[in-house]
Write a protein that binds this ligand. Structure first.
Ligand SMILES: Nc1ncnc2c1ncn2[C@@H]1O[C@H](COP(=O)(O)OP(=O)(O)OP(=O)(O)O)[C@@H](O)[C@H]1O
Ligand SMILES: [Mg+2]
Length: 288
């Protein structure tokens, strides 16, 4: 299967799936499909990293399989695990005259295997997008587990042998860059750095997701958000917050985002008391 026929094709089909990609994003997404290489997306929170993987699935009609990474994630949660309970039952049920090697051969078969996201994605015959979300949250050792999947699209199970993909999934890894990923992982991936969009694109994203938003207010909103991002805040507002803000303005029927309106609704955009105080001070100074 070819995922996308060109960068333009990627751009327009992602758009159709509700994702507005800039030129670099569309090109890298096209290449990841064409070269069958995993795509590593890095960038701050809420800029559309996870959403891109979901949009690729929607745009291509593929199923999305997600491995959510966290501290302590291990092989048994990421790859596969033997169903010990079922194996025990099988051993107990086997008649005494069956030899150990027969029982052993019997309990290390597919029937006793619990497949986790990485193995599941490799074994599927249908088009699949494999999202390995927030890789930087795992321990470094987990990256070792990923390498076989990322470079050879296969998983080795000692008791069963090597399971190779019949159809390569479209693999997307996301990271907030809270730590550097290993060179070994990076080498196997195409790299895309996603950042906050420019004002025009953000306006487009917000108006496409919040129908009924007044054009002038959308412009004001995007401007204020851009100014907030320039302040040194603990947590700068992301695209998700811009969209929430737009919904808030509609719900409150606010059609002019003046200082009073900003103050009244700032809690939708900034989630730290210190950021709040700072924004109120700086925005007022700036508008004088
Ligand atoms: N290019 C885009 N087109 C349309 N919507 C977008 C785009 N970028 C971001 N969004 C919106 O922003 C929201 C947040 O994006 P997403 O959850 O993908 O962020 P993220 O980068 O994965 O953040 P985190 O690092 O916190 O997981 C999405 O639900 C989506 O509505
Ligand atoms: Mg995410």
């Amino acid at each position: 299967m070819t995922w996308f026929s060109s960068p333009d094709d990627a751009s327009s089909r992602l758009h159709g799936a509700g994702y507005l990609a800039d030129a670099a994003t569309a090109t890298t997404t096209f290449l990841a499909g064409a070269l069958e290489k995993p795509l590593l997306i890095e960038g701050p929170a809420g800029v559309g990293k996870t959403e891109l993987a979901k949009a690729v699935a929607r745009a291509t009609g593929a199923d999305l399989i997600r491995l959510q990474c966290y501290e302590g994630l291990d092989e048994a949660r990421a790859l596969y695990e033997w169903n010990y309970k079922k194996q025990l039952l099988r051993i107990q049920a086997s008649s005494g005259d069956e030899g150990w090697s027969e029982t052993h051969d019997d309990i290390f078969t597919d029937e006793f295997l619990l497949s986790r996201p990485l193995l599941t994605a490799i074994r599927r015959d249908e088009p699949t997008v494999l999202l390995i979300d927030e890789v930087d949250k795992t321990d470094v050792e987990v990256e070792g587990l990923l390498l076989e999947v990322l470079s050879d699209f296969q998983v080795t199970i000692p008791e069963l042998g090597t399971v190779a993909a019949t159809r390569r999934p479209f693999v997307v890894l996301t990271s907030n860059a809270t730590r550097e990923l290993s060179e070994a992982v990076k080498r196997r991936c195409l790299y895309l750095h996603l950042d906050y969009p420019d004002a025009a694109r953000e306006r487009e994203i917000v108006t496409s997701q919040v129908p009924g938003l007044d054009d002038a207010v959308a412009g004001q909103l995007v401007d204020v958000v851009a100014r907030l991002r320039e302040l040194e805040l603990k947590k700068a507002p992301s695209i998700a917050e811009s969209v929430d803000w737009a919904r808030t303005l509609i719900a409150l029927e606010i059609d002019d985002l003046d200082e009073a309106a900003v103050r009244q609704t700032l809690g939708v955009v900034l989630k730290h008391a210190s950021d709040h105080a700072r924004a109120v001070k700086e925005l007022r100074l700036a508008s004088r």
